[in-house]
Ligand binder design. Sequence first.
Ligand SMILES: Nc1nc2c(ncn2[C@@H]2O[C@H](COP(=O)(O)OP(=O)(O)OP(=O)(O)O)[C@@H](O)[C@H]2O)c(=O)[nH]1
Ligand SMILES: [Mg+2]
Length: 550
Amino acid sequence: MILRTVTSFSLRGGLFRATASCSRFYSSATNIRNTVYALSSGHGRCGVAVIRVSGPSCSDTVQLVCRRQGLPAPRHAALRRLFDPVTGEVIDKGLVLWFPGPGSFTGEDCAEFHVHGGTAVVAAMLDALGRLPGLRPAEPGDFTRRAFLNGKMGLTEVEGLGDLIHADTAAQRQQAVRQMEGDLGQMYGQWRSRMLKCLASVEAYIDFSEDENIEEDTVVRATEEVERLGQEVEHHLSDNRRGERLRDGVHVVIVGEPNVGKSSLLNALCQRPAAIVSPLAGTTRDIVETGINLAGYPVLLSDTAGLREAGDVVEKEGVRRALDRASKADLRVLVLDSPSVLQSKLPQITWVDFLLDHMRNLGLTTAESSCSDVMSAAACGANTVSTASSVRTMMSSGHDDGGFLDSSALRSAADTLDNVIVVLNKCDLLEEEEGCVFPCAKDLGVTVCSVSCTTSQGLDAFVATLADHVKQLCGDPLCGTPSLTQARHRSHLTQCLHHLRTFMQQVANDDLVLAAEALRRAMRELGHVTGAVSVEDVLDVVFKDFCIGK
Ligand SMILES: Nc1nc2c(ncn2[C@@H]2O[C@H](COP(=O)(O)OP(=O)(O)OP(=O)(O)O)[C@@H](O)[C@H]2O)c(=O)[nH]1
Ligand SMILES: [Mg+2]
């Protein structure tokens, strides 16, 4: 059932980002000398609340709160009565954990108080800690920032941890765990050390080329290695934004003429009446967005205004927004009204041409029709059928015959339709022999699903098809080399690749000094990604999405 694969999810980082934005982020690395504390478990009444403390005053804090009952054994939970150190009042009885640095998460002395999760208990604990000298409330991401500054985590691992906290779906979680465990950082680190070796070779050659100990092919081997590195970086960059899509959500837009059932489809997918449905054409004016979890993958779904020559200024703006959203989407779901398609009087036209014509009329493409305009009548003849019978053929056979596939014109038409899923809605209104026998058909790269939003017929198959497309766009986060996940990485890696190419050019120009400088710059770009070179300016950006207590 559709219900199995689709669940709503809150859009990326809603809760945590709101929390972070309420507070000015703490940016000075020197302030890690303070001891910080925070409620690390969620806010609100709960069974157990975890309060974390990190910093040099940590052991004193534990002993004061535990009234000199002594520090628990490292990394062992100890049951203690917890006191307000100033008033001497018992606040609660709970577990205390002591993590001496540097073997702790932050790399400095840390402690955790596991107390009963009532509002008054948590408030009393935080209040008591706040009155101790040298302690201050933690800022968002303070603990992880300390871990980074103390060399416990690289920057990509920190980002992986941030993504894990924000992960709404299984695939996002898998990608984030992989990154947090260092897969991506290791790959970048290995590239950097390979570049360092090349740089050492080139510099040695510059400094000691007269020396007979330097082998003649040193520079040749370094150049070959840099070329390989360039290819690897280029390959990593040309991943069709898989990792970024998975992290941020795949943008799917529902488009089509008014009244074809776009809003009904959106509501069926998110299983709630997110958009108004009515028999009046032009009901939806603005974009209606909702996030769904599609078989473990995050999808940001947009319903749009029906595309037509708009009557008034509001609808015109709605149509403009719809077309704009469609042009930026990763996937477009083009909804058509099945009875209208079957009754279409378009003369002698192929199914692909019909779709291209339709999309052009709606303003969704400027691509020319393939068959009627480009192919000769002879080549096209065998496949030239009326729209109605073309649709019927497609529905019953699942694909067209092989002649189509050889045409480059049709291939380019298929490319235009590549990120389009066609939904033939309202199939409940067709005669039995006309529709819905094979709800999903693949035709020249365009996927066609026959559904009814009213009876739910074909919706499961459509959801499965949509999920397949989304998975293809994101890839399997557990397979292959780890994906690039952030625009920040892309920007530095693009620069890195540019410098590697400059290295090759300078070697070809016989200018090894400039070549070495290019290699140093390439390494610096990689260092910005992993945090191996000074990144103070990017830390605020990276940590701003963290929640307090992490
Ligand atoms: N019989 C039938 N009616 C449907 C189906 N899907 C939607 N409808 C009806 O078609 C009408 C239009 O549905 P909407 O979902 O509002 O269509 P829309 O494409 O969003 O329309 P606009 O917002 O005006 O562009 C409503 O009366 C729906 O109940 C279907 O599968 N079968
Ligand atoms: Mg609508």
